[in-house]
Design a protein around this ligand. Sequence first.
Ligand code: PAF
Length: 288
Amino acid sequence: MQDSGIKIVKTIDDMHQEATRLGLAGKTIALVPTMGFLHEGHLALIREAQRHGDTVVVSIFVNPTQFGPTEDFKAYPRDFNRDLYLARSAKADVIFAPSHETMYDNDHETFVQLKGLPDFLCGPSRPGHFRGVTTVVTKLFNIVKPQVALFGEKDYQQLAIIRRLTRDLSFDIRIIGVPTVREPDGLAMSSRNAYLSQEERLSALSLYQGLQIAKRMVTEGEITEANRIKEEVSRYITSHPYTKIDYVALCNPSTLKNINRVKEETLIALAVWVGTTRLIDNIVLKPR
Ligand code: PAF
């Protein structure tokens, strides 16, 4: 289906055909995988994708296998017409929007799972989440056949896992990480921000502000002790109403293993409940 300049593809067969047609025409494909409810962060991925491929394919699929039984799969915000409008305005070429039945047969039984990286950061609180992500991303890679795929750095652990998946399974795909897009007040863009009440949104600002405290402790205060930094950041965040820390972690940016001292580039990542919404954010700390 063609919708004034953007093609909408709904089935795996049609996407295979479209990818083959593009390949025969010598066009490279850049894939932007999303779960829809697009925001400026996704649009930044789409715009960056144009620099790396001739045709930009945006997949829109709320992937059930990456949600736990008590998580927000049903409530996850969806608005296909709005997504279409935004993707078109960012000049995406193809929307791949399969149904659940299209992506997962009733007797689907194959999953892709990494052994180590999913155990850190979000892993313990979201068992099975990354298995769902790596399974659907593998399927999308096989269906869309991109040369390049782009993911946001806000989901730092997801990006690290997808880089490892791509290397380990020898996908001939270049993975590009795109910096987190923030609201003017610092809040990282996320489809889940739509869940926040006005008061909760104010408290949610403490995530980025907490990360900035950590940055100042390291660069200005020359504090390197991870526990001290974690304590200070947690104390700051929980001084705001509605907040509950899931984790604040300082870790090696490649292995995601916890570190005790900030001696080289270190990822500080956090997950915080604000009311009933779980938000994540991170920055890389660079000691002087
Ligand atoms: O980051 C997301 O939106 C999802 O985890 C992804 C990569 C589209 C897989 O469903």
